[in-house]
Design a protein around this ligand. Structure first.
Ligand SMILES: Nc1nc2c(ncn2[C@@H]2O[C@H](COP(=O)(O)OP(=O)(O)OP(=O)(O)O)[C@@H](O)[C@H]2O)c(=O)[nH]1
Ligand SMILES: [Mg+2]
Length: 402
């Protein structure tokens, strides 16, 4: 799974990546600090089943910390987008091609309103961040429109002359963008387009169509960043009223500082938590102590967390609606073939069947699938059994088990 970080220059995208992934991407108070994309690995958090089963687990594809399972997700932080990027302004929009595979986007917005449309500093609070939400959605749409337009004439003619379904041709063309035929069909219907005459679709119609696709195929969460700055809270409500996307108040800088101090053992802090404990007060200077106090009072107490972890969990569990399932090879001991307890957790879409899980683990396992077993009840599950969140599943296959 891949989550893309987008937004205008200097909104805090690389800081968000560094806070979430502990990367060292370059950060700077000037536009276009990032040119080449920065990858990272973040973690979403769930309660680990080792608590329910009262076992000590040996995670392999994830991490368990004090009963909290951390599941990795790939992230990519890219260059800033500016209005009319699709016409080549700023760094253009070609770099978004690195995000073709993305399952969702985080839009990092400067909620303190201290940067203009191009990411240049202005009087704090004077810029209305609602404009950023509007222009960015348009630029993402235009990026998709341009991909479509590249061979639209040929494609639409072919559909008409060869009497092929335009949704099927588009499904083939857009598969690299994780856009499937059902999504395309729904978008064609919602945009009220005629399927038998795609050559007649206007540019405006293509844009309408793409907008419908984007919402489904590249869902977005808005990280209302720099909430640690005074002016931000005023803009937060306005942002929430403007858009139907989820808006989460966020301080990437705050999260970065807390994780840093926690790694050094100076404080104890779990990402996403509403408080921290100072373990080594002597290691903190007066300024740092004051900063931490402000962080507690003005961010954690006010908003419940720094927002970074909440953005990630919201995308994976609320927006993409993925559910965690634990495959094991021994349904009694809950282990893999090496004896590791609850080794792996997979994030799968709701509605995934036992057999689809088998395919996800290994093609062979899917092909030779016989049945599955619920490790809690030891009941047999048929291939079309729809997995539930936190199922522990053994797959029984011809010649191989899992
Ligand atoms: N106060 C505050 N400043 C932040 C926050 N996040 C980032 N910044 C600052 O905003 C500036 C830009 O941060 P970057 O992370 O480089 O922004 P970016 O979006 O990656 O910028 P480009 O790569 O140029 O597009 C830096 O000075 C950061 O320290 C935050 O949560 N609060
Ligand atoms: Mg950057």
């Amino acid at each position: 799974m891949l989550i893309g970080i987008v937004g205008k220059p200097s909104s805090g995208k690389s800081t968000f990546l560094n806070a979430a992934c502990r990367t060292a991407a370059k950060v700077g108070a000037y536009p276009f600090t990032t040119i080449d994309p920065n990858p990272g690995t973040a973690y979403v958090k769930i309660d680990c089943l080792c608590q329910e089963f009262e076992l000590t687990c040996n995670p392999k594809n994830s991490i368990c910390r004090e009963g909290i399972r951390l599941i990795p997700v790939d992230m990519l932080d890219v260059a800033g987008l500016v209005p009319d990027a699709h016409l080549g302004r700023g760094r253009g929009n070609q770099f978004l091609d690195d995000l073709r595979r993305a399952d969702a986007f985080i839009h990092v917005v400067d909620a303190s309103g201290s940067l203009d449309a191009e990411g240049r500093e202005v009087e704090p609070g004077s810029w209305d961040p609602r404009q950023d939400v509007e222009f960015l959605e348009r630029e993402i749409n235009m990026w998709l429109v341009q991909i479509l337009q590249r061979d639209w004439r040929r494609l639409s003619r072919r559909a008409e002359t060869e009497k092929l379904k335009i949704s099927a041709l588009l499904g083939e063309k857009l598969s690299g963008l994780q856009i499937t035929e059902p999504t395309i069909k729904t978008a064609i219907r919602d945009a009220e387009l005629k399927t038998d005459k795609p050559t007649a679709w206007s540019d405006e119609a293509l844009e309408r169509f793409v907008q419908k696709i984007r919402k489904r195929a590249k869902p977005m969460v808005i990280a209302a960043n720099k909430i640690d700055r005074l002016q931000a809270s005023n803009h937060l409500e306005a942002l929430r009223q403007l858009t139907d996307e989820v808006v989460i108040p966020c301080s990437a800088v705050g999260e970065f500082a807390l994780r840093n101090l926690s790694e050094k053992g100076i404080i104890s802090y779990q990402p996403g938590a509403s408080k921290f404990t100072i373990l080594q007060p002597d290691a903190l200077g007066e300024t740092e102590q004051n900063q931490l106090r402000r962080l507690q009072d003005e961010i954690l107490d006010k908003y419940g967390s720094t927002g970074v972890q909440q953005v990630l969990n919201t995308i994976v569990f609320d927006i993409l609606q993925l559910i965690p399932v634990y495959p094991v090879e021994d349904a009694g001991k809950l282990t893999d073939h090496d004896g590791n307890i609850l080794p792996d957790v997979y994030l799968v879409p709701q509605g995934t069947t036992a057999r689809q899980l088998a395919y996800k683990i290994h093609t062979d396992l899917g092909e030779t699938f016989i049945h599955a077993l619920d490790a809690r009840t030891k009941k047999r599950l048929a291939e079309n059994y729809e997995l539930k969140a936190n199922d522990v599943i053994r797959i029984v296959a011809a010649g191989a088990t899992h």
